[in-house]
Design a protein around this ligand. Structure first.
Ligand SMILES: Cc1ncc(COP(=O)(O)O)c(C=O)c1O
Length: 289
């Protein structure tokens, strides 16, 4: 079956889905994006993702390419045309549009919108429980990591470094020696005294939608939640560690650099949160409007 992408008003074969050479996303990384999971054909936490898109656009003063309602229709149509009946991912990107190259905002230019989607294998509990390794690297990003910008070069370099080190993710470390987040995920630990720690939302991290869902679940469970920066030393001596993201869900971290975390397998709280997050993800209501 051919994949279909939406590009600025048209549904196109994926192979023919192109943007203009002077799109500001291409020339300046002047754009933002969202990735939303599809489970059982439904979008997971769609409203939260669209609200974060709204915030990212507002921070960069990029106008919405269409109304929020119209965007929902386009996303639903891309899912339908790509026949994502079970699991998948939707990617949407909005840039400041196409204009002759000049740093200042171009006046009167419509923002560009691209929406793509792909199917993924169905959620596999056993695969999800498998622990991964992370490395630590300096966080050398800009100071507005709360904006989901397409400018991802440090993240790309960090993820590649992780891959070359045989790890799944790189946790980035700020100038105080504290973990900010992963290159495409948020970082969590469970301390020896059973506190669940993740860095508070600020301009130093992207406030993950999965992070927020897991915070809600943990609060409902009566976990001892602490939102604060934690150091690499704290992470390495933690009882459990995990990362969260739309694509990785709740993923156990069992090695940080050369240090094994816990007994090298998924920890009990991580396991509970994974189970509850999977329940949340698979139980999305059909939203109207
Ligand atoms: C830098 C960064 N942090 C955190 C996340 C997790 O965000 P979410 O849970 O919304 O996928 C992502 C996701 O891509 C990311 O790129």
């Amino acid at each position: 079956m051919s994949r279909i992408a939406y590009v600025n008003g048209r549904y196109r074969l994926h192979a023919d889905a192109v943007v203009h050479v002077e799109d500001r996303g291409y020339q300046f990384a002047d754009g933002v994006y969202e990735v939303i999971a599809v489970q059982r054909g439904r979008l997971v936490d769609e409203e939260a993702h669209l609200s974060r898109l709204d915030r990212s656009l507002a921070e960069l003063r990029i106008p919405w390419p269409m109304s929020r309602r119209a965007l929902r229709v386009v996303v639903a149509e891309v899912i339908r045309r790509n026949r994502i009946l079970e699991s998948g991912l939707v990617y949407m990107q909005v840039t400041r549009g196409v204009a002759p190259r000049s740093h200042v905002f171009p006046p009167g230019v419509a923002s560009s919108l691209v929406v793509t989607a792909r199917s993924l294998p169905r959620f596999d509990r056993d695969a999800a429980r498998k622990g991964v390794a992370v490395i630590t690297i300096p966080d050398n990003r800009w100071k507005r990591c709360d904006i989901k910008s397409v400018s991802l070069l440090p993240n790309v370099l960090g993820k590649q470094q992780a891959k070359e080190a045989g790890a799944f993710e790189a946790w980035m470390i700020d100038s105080d020696g504290a973990v900010t987040e992963g290159t495409s995920s948020n970082a969590w630990i469970v301390s020896g005294s059973a506190e669940l720690l993740t860095r508070q939302a600020s301009s130093a991290i992207l406030n993950g939608i999965t992070r927020r869902a897991v915070l809600d679940i943990a609060a409902e469970q009566g976990c001892r939640l602490v939102e604060r920066p934690f150091t690499v030393g704290e992470a390495k001596s933690a009882a459990e560690a995990f990362l969260t993201s739309t694509t990785s869900l709740v993923k156990p971290v069992v090695r940080i650099d050369d240090t094994t975390i816990g007994d090298g397998r998924i920890g009990p709280l991580t396991e509970r949160l994974l189970e509850l997050y999977a329940g949340h993800m698979l139980a999305q209501e059909v939203e109207t409007g």
